[in-house]
Design a protein around this ligand. Sequence first.
Ligand code: ARG
Ligand code: ZN
Length: 861
Amino acid sequence: MADAQNAAAAPRVTRREDYREPDWLVPEIALDFELDPAATRVRAALKVTRNGGHDRPLVLMGDGLEPLAVRVDGKDAAWTMEGPDLVIALPGAAHRIETEVVIAPERNTQLQGLYASGGILCTQCESEGFRRITFFPDRPDVLTKYRVRMAAEKARYPVLLANGDPVAQGDLADGRHWAEWHDPFPKPSYLFALVAGDLVANRGSFTTMSGREVQLGIWVREPDLAKTDHALHALKLSMAWDEKVYGREYDLDVFNIVAVDDFNFGAMENKGLNVFNSRYILADPDTATDWDYDAVAAVVAHEYFHNWSGNRVTCRDWFQLSLKEGFTVFRDQSFSADQGSAAVKRIEDVRGLRASQFQEDAGPLAHPVRPDSYIEISNFYTATIYNKGAEVIRMMATILGPEKFRAATDIYFDRFDGTAATCEDFVRCMEEAGGVDLAQFRLWYSQAGTPRVSATLAQDGGKARLTLKQTVPPTPGQPEKAPMVLPLKLKLFGRVTGRALCDEQLVLLNRPEQELVFGNLTEPPVLSINRGFSAPVVVETDRTPDQLAFLSAHDDDPFARYEAMQQLMLDTLTAAVRGAPFDHGPVIEAVRNTLADTRLDRAFVADAVLLPSDSFIGDQMDIVDPEAIFRAREALRRELATALAGQWRDAYEANRANRFEYSPAAKGARRIKNVALGYIAASGAADAPALAFRQFEGADNMTDRQAALGTLVNGRSDERAAALAAFYDRYRGNALVLDKWFQTQALSTRDDTAEAVEKLAAHPDFTLANPNRARSVIGAFGVNQRAFHHPSGRGYRFVADQLLALDRINPQTAAKLLPPLGRWRRFDAERAARMRAELERIVATPGLSKDTFEQASKSLD
Ligand code: ARG
Ligand code: ZN
């Protein structure tokens, strides 16, 4: 580890190869909560059974707990503490263990375990939060049946919820009441949940394919009730979709979702009682953008799908996290694709993958989809586990084809139902049903780094020879890489007629180099490769600007079409940044043609005509020059804006109609309109601020209002301040919308944003205690390449200061803000030195959490 002082106290590393079955199992637990924000008494009665012929004691993990009573088979028993854990020597094969602790939810600022959020008591246990509630073998391969009784003051906490089905409830003396819940499905402790609060439900019901009626409830505080219809609708769609596509039915009589304002991530799939960050539940046209609506549906689906991929079949250990997360992301992506345009969904998912996962894979925190070690598991809820993990499942689905893939998932769910499985178990099911050998494919689980493919096509009369080469870059701890299996969909098009010269082929590139020959060519071929983004790799080709422009107009795979345009833009921009000769002409012509093609979906057009982000351009460079990238991108943007001024105006006017509707067509219209507004502003047109301000004031929905605000915030007009003030006044009482106010400013492309965020962090409405608010400023700023990398280094200092302050309150969320600082190797010596200095300051801070220590020390290595 990086720092000598801390090395002595370096936190323990957990290794995958050290996995051992649990010594003791817990078939049943009865929990009794006397709920109170200041002092909640938790009594637990565990039935424990010895697992195998050993004489090791029972170790019950704790985190900050003090045992007030410990009984074995009804009698006070001897126990010791080993660090945070409770150790009890037991003579027999089965015993009844009782423990008692008192915890303080209102002082739990980490938001792990039992905590208070805006007057609601709720839990978050994944990964290791249950041990902050009671002593327990808190590991995912211990599956237990839970019975939960809780009592609380009735006026403050009229609603008492837990996993499973409600059993009984009643009133007590002194204004308290109680409820009992029972979950018949054995589950790991990370899926435990309870909620107590003054909540109301948007109720619905769903009849499963076998005819069982399930009561659905979306629980929120009363004023938010009107914003829950979209989530409830998405839940019903998800339940029907999982039956139709995977044959998976819901299994309890109730399914509840609770929204809370303070939450470390998106949501949590607790059995029968999902707990959500309110930003992924609440939506109405006045406060949520189209992006928010889509995200609500996707996260509701994701957590619901976990009922099978995660809950019925869970993970043996946390190294298998992608078993549930990668698969479930793949499932929610497929669900969303089925609700609207699959092509646009794929484009967005790939854009997200490149922005987060490719960066992660190229930096100091790169790790395999199935990691080998960790210090703090919370640091491994990453784009690699989730999004690359989803790509790995998608590749297997591509290799098997839809029927065999479905047969494989049937085997997987049936065989491993009620157990804690591994990634290896999943792959074996794929092999079995697919009749394929995935031995080499398994490298996707063990090797980190984004493979690179180079493809060159050489024509020779009526034949063409395609040479494919692959390399996988070194990553921390993995200097040498073996060649992987890369499923590449490809096709050739004729440059003269635009016709396909062959059917689409699926090539499994599994050697360092492979050649393919195509015959009977009647015209010069143009290569379309990695269609649909069939493999999560970087492809380098020698295609000319002319060929890319041609594909952007003629490819019959919408993703490939988008990709050709992106590549054309990237080639132009990187040439400009490097100071090489470049020509804006082909980009302008390609954008002109795409805008003019009335057959295309407007949402697709909006995606296709957007320039790659500053940071994606930076990812193409050896050393990132944020200012040069910004200038090159702005120059091309301005040229596109002026050369196509009439078309942007037309696109704006044609899609101006302002009657909110949440449909793919209406979303597409808003999307292209707002992209057009951005270009109109980029042209420097004198009326642009007034146009944006008019849209801002007249909008009947948040998509249009926020887009107009964003356009103004990037500029220097008088309307800017007016819009910011109006937005603040209108939404100051709505935390989720106020997050947008902060975030829009932290994302501003202006050159004074590094200064502006310091003021934002001093604003009375800013707080580190709420993760959404913290992320809206610090998280957003960290991905604003130009602003964060301000040459003065003030951006680095700001993020480090905030991160250290947050680390004392909420280490999990603090550690997530670190990765932008860890990318120092990609920048010039001066910036790199400033970034390293901040990392060193962080690592040297006394009392640093192991979450932040792990991220910072690995980033320095
Ligand atoms: N399982 C949750 C999901 O649906 C996320 C849990 C995140 N936990 C954590 N410790 N970061 O994706
Ligand atoms: Zn998940």
